[in-house]
Design a binder for this molecule. Structure first.
Ligand code: NSS
Length: 424
């Protein structure tokens, strides 16, 4: 079959009268295409062109596509013609050897073409595709929330202030679309969105970004347990679809190695209350008392003990945001749950929402905010309020878990990390 491949040179090997070109093609960028050029079989221009190609040169190769089990992807192109589109004058700045993360960040605009990164971008794309597919199949409505906001959702400490024209009004980048989804779920019933969220987290950790992709969902007539069921169904659906997909199934194995733990995950996921978690941690000699928030180390110890993804539920009300509903059976705790996974920790935060206006006003004040800024949000409880629940899934953290990546910066092409002085 005659085939025209368009792409870039990954690597060239010259063996006398044969040249092998490993090409990244626009059709299947995740599998290098081996192009074989034999001196006797091509004209002089093509032979000279093949010899001239430098790393990341762009070119078009035409020839016969044949099966070759020893070539990557099981196929190779017996090249008949090579047309150079652009041959770089300078050597590829990233060379052939591996580089430290700072160098890779400075050259991110180029390192996004690396073979490992391309595989990650493909899995990321498909992950979002399957998550969206779940919502479509289950008749949830996709909505578009704002990014500029005037109210905090997750406490004031991590808000990014922005200059709003010449005004001195407080405008911020959104931490979460939740409050808007609450308004919209009373319009449409079940809503979801995928949008960036922004957190001015000062700490530099392997799982914090200043800008991350947040998948959020909110549903009317939904209680705490309904909410957990949707989360586990959604997360497990996306994992199974990725593993069963011909392309991503292979890519995940290549990047992560063993996938048994992903394969075995099934609903219902274990539910562990905060109080039970405290007992586990105290048994493991953590210096922690009831009421303390849990950090990465605590989450890691818990997931090692439980051995699979699980929901951590019923947190003390004080450590969660103002909107969570109090547990009617024990008002010291609230109807909030985090989904904790091995290797990463929390990937989802969700809850049933408080519907009592006075309780909300009290809690908004207790968190240091002015309830008058939340009048619109309180109105949602004044006009046709119903029990409702929702959650937020960090796409980047979810991908970190699926691919077992060491650092969240490698889950997306242009990561925004705290305290970095320069980014492209
Ligand atoms: O703060 S959350 O736990 N919850 C919310 O924002 C709710 N308002 C969501 C909702 O109910 N609609 O954040 C949710 C998830 C969390 O579990 C992480 O997976 C992710 O968002 N997240 C982050 N990912 C990367 N970097 C940072 N800094 C970050 N912060 C949260």
């Amino acid at each position: 079959m005659t085939y025209v491949a368009k792409g870039w040179l990954i690597k060239k090997r010259e063996h006398g009268k044969i040249i092998f070109l490993d090409m990244r093609t626009i059709d299947q960028p995740w599998i290098p295409l081996q192009v074989v050029i034999k001196k006797q079989e091509v004209d002089e221009i093509t032979w000279e062109n093949a010899k001239k190609l430098r790393q990341e040169a762009s070119f078009i190769a035409e020839g016969e596509l044949i099966q070759n089990p020893r070539a990557p992807g099981g196929r190779e192109l017996r090249g008949k013609q090579i047309i150079i589109v652009h041959n770089p004058e300078e050597p590829w700045p990233l060379g052939k050897k591996s580089h430290p993360p700072e160098v890779l960040m400075k050259y991110r605009h180029l390192s996004v073409r690396g073979q490992k990164f391309i595989k990650i971008w493909i899995v990321r794309e498909k992950l979002i595709h399957y998550l969206r597919e779940w919502f479509e199949k289950n008749h949830w409505h996709e909505v578009s929330p704002p990014i500029f906001v005037m109210t905090a959702c997750e406490g004031g400490a991590t808000l990014f202030r922005v200059k709003w024209f010449e005004e001195k009004i407080p405008v911020y980048l959104t931490q979460s679309a939740q409050l808007y989804l609450e308004a919209l779920c009373f319009a449409l019933g079940r809503v979801w969105c995928l949008a960036p969220s922004f957190r001015a987290e000062k700490s530099r950790t392997r799982r914090h970004l200043a800008e991350y992709w947040h998948l959020e969902a909110e549903a009317a007539f939904f209680n705490f347990e309904d909410n957990l069921r949707v989360q586990e169904e959604l997360v497990i659906y996306a994992i199974k679809k990725l593993l069963n997909d011909d392309v991503t199934g292979e890519l995940i194995k290549e990047i992560r190695g063993n996938v048994d733990d992903l394969d075995e995950i099934k609903a219902p996921l274990p539910r562990v209350t905060y109080t039970e978690a405290m007992e586990i941690l105290q048994r493991k000699n953590f210096k922690i008392k009831w009421g303390d928030d849990l950090g990465a180390d605590e989450e890691k110890a818990l997931s090692e003990e439980i051995g699979t993804a699980f929901f951590l539920t019923h947190f003390p009300t004080e450590i969660k945001s103002f909107y969570v509903k109090l547990d009617p059976n024990d008002p010291r705790v609230c109807l909030a749950a985090d989904l904790i996974v091995p290797h990463v920790g929390e990937i989802i935060g969700g809850s049933e929402r408080e519907t009592d206006v006075n309780e909300l006003i009290k809690r908004i004040k207790a968190q240091g905010f002015d309830p008058t800024n939340y009048e619109w949000y309180l109105d949602l409880r004044r006009f046709g309020s119903v029990p409702h629940s929702g959650f937020g899934l960090g796409i980047d953290r979810f991908l970190m878990y699926i691919l077992k990546l060491e650092h969240i910066r490698d889950t997306l092409p242009f990561p925004r990390l705290a305290r970095v002085k320069y980014f492209i």
